[in-house]
Design a protein around this ligand. Structure first.
Ligand code: FES
Length: 127
């Protein structure tokens, strides 16, 4: 069996939602100290819903595929749903990741949560 699923390879070769949102409403970053990979998520929020999302990932193929899939999973979703996204769901949507690459999907979960938290923090500051 191939190490990586077709879905992982597809999202690695043709990542969705790559880039930066200059006027993002929330930005979150996550990194893994062991491999040194870093993921950054930019959110545009309208009516508590993800109107747009972009990512920058400096990391391995699994991290890029996880970022791409995670952004697809949260696009158009209410923030309450976004906060329930787990790395397991990202890995499942990718039709699995090798065990030693599961931490790559954790970066996506953490970066998205950090971006939502940043959005909430900014909202509080502007109250
Ligand atoms: Fe660390 Fe993939 S090897 S994020």
């Amino acid at each position: 069996m191939a190490l990586y699923s077709e879905t992982v390879m597809d999202h690695f070769r043709n990542p969705r939602n790559v880039g930066v949102i200059e006027d993002a409403d929330g930005v979150g970053e996550a990194g893994n100290a062991v491999c040194g990979d870093i993921m950054k998520i930019y959110l545009k929020i309208e009516d508590s819903t993800v109107a747009d999302v972009r990512f920058e990932t400096f990391g391995c193929g699994s991290a890029i595929a996880s970022s791409s899939m995670a952004t697809e999973l949260i696009k158009g979703r209410h923030l309450s749903e976004v906060l329930t996204l787990t790395n397991k769901a990202v890995a499942e949507a990718l039709d699995g990741l090798p065990a030693h690459k599961l931490h790559c999907s954790v970066l996506a979960e953490e970066a998205i949560r950090a971006a939502v938290q940043d959005y909430y923090d900014r909202q509080k500051l502007s109250e």
